[in-house]
Design a protein around this ligand. Structure first.
Ligand SMILES: NC(=O)c1ccc[n+]([C@@H]2O[C@H](COP(=O)([O-])OP(=O)(O)OC[C@H]3O[C@@H](n4cnc5c(N)ncnc54)[C@H](OP(=O)(O)O)[C@@H]3O)[C@@H](O)[C@H]2O)c1
Length: 290
């Protein structure tokens, strides 16, 4: 299959890149902002005019700066919504299948149990709103042959993320305040990349046609940011004390949902996936960073 991966320099894009040598029966094309600028409708049209037909498009690119999005709503909308609409329309016209990545931030975080794919989204920040519009646009443009995978709290050995920030701060300080009243499930981007590559080889994805659906993916288990930080320091042997604080004590431009733990039941049963616990995957990522 000819597979296009957008966002090649992002965490997920790079995790996919790291694995593709194991999939040499597929031909991968990796595109970054230079080749395919999702903030420009012209750039998208030009890219698809000059590049050959794809069988699968994996859209990893996104505007992910949650706080900055509060001030850059138009740009976030262009990348997370308008570009997804355009890519889905192009995929549909080429009979390509689409895997689009979305976020737990489409929810308001008020659920007391795990979020199911059927739960009503109600985003409380600009990033979440634009990502939800992107999901809706993909569903509308592609009633068939697309998958929307919502994920949460993504970290990796690449780029900037919570784990790398904690490793840096843990070396510089003896004590750190971390929010304890936001809970969710961390996702090692390597596990999501493996899941996506597993899915594109699965019979349920390779059917001639399937109905577009939403799936949730993260590592198993749940935690708070402060307990996540404690586990990072424990595994990295860093002597830094975590003081749990409330969200009110750490104001940010974008409001964050309080509980966005996603149920992984649907994706694991549909694609016979096995997902590691967040603690197990954190250990693996820390070994990669070493
Ligand atoms: N990170 C998280 O905690 C998190 C949580 C939930 C869901 N997600 C979703 O998971 C997916 C992957 O996230 P990630 O963590 O891999 O994100 P990431 O590391 O921030 O990567 C996003 C990529 O998108 C690219 N991009 C941004 N604007 C672009 C534009 N105008 N044209 C083309 N490319 C552009 C960036 O390019 P540059 O490298 O050139 O900047 C970057 O490579 C996204 O859909 C995100 O919304 C992420």
């Amino acid at each position: 299959m000819k597979i296009l991966v957008t966002g090649k320099n992002g965490q997920l894009g790079r995790s996919i890149q790291k694995l593709i040598s194991n999939y040499d029966d597929h031909e991968f094309t990796l595109a970054g902002r230079e080749e395919l600028d999702l903030s420009s409708s012209k750039s998208i049209s030009k890219y698809f005019d000059t590049n050959p037909h794809f069988d699968v498009i994996i859209n990893c690119a996104a505007y992910t700066a949650v706080d900055r999005a509060e001030e850059e709503e138009d740009l976030a909308d262009e990348i997370n919504h308008q570009a997804v609409k355009k890519i889905a329309e192009l995929a549909n016209s080429q009979n390509a299948k689409l895997i689009h990545i979305s976020t737990d931030y489409v929810f308001d975080g008020k659920n007391e149990s795990l979020y199911l794919e059927s739960d009503n989204p109600n985003p409380i920040n600009v990033y979440g709103k634009t990502k939800l519009l992107g999901e809706k646009a993909a569903l509308e443009a592609m009633p068939n042959n697309a998958m929307i995978i919502r994920t949460s709290w993504v970290y990796s050995e690449f780029g900037n993320n919570f784990v790398k920030t904690m490793l840096k701060l843990g070396k510089e300080r003896n004590e750190i305040n971390v929010v304890s009243d936001q809970v969710g499930s961390p996702t090692y981007s390597s596990d999501l990349a493996k899941a996506i590559l597993h899915i594109i080889s699965n019979d349920n994805f390779n059917k001639k046609s399937f109905q577009t659906e939403i799936f949730h993916f993260s590592n198993l288990g749940e935690t708070s940011w402060s307990d996540f930080a404690k586990e990072i320091f424990k595994l990295a042997n860093l002597n830094c004390t975590v003081t749990p604080i409330c969200t009110d004590q750490y104001p940010t431009p974008a409001i964050r949902p309080q509980n966005t733990t996603l149920s992984k039941e649907k994706i694991t049963s549909h694609f016979r996936l096995q997902i590691p616990s967040w603690q197990q995957s954190l250990k693996e990522c820390l070994n990669e960073i070493k």
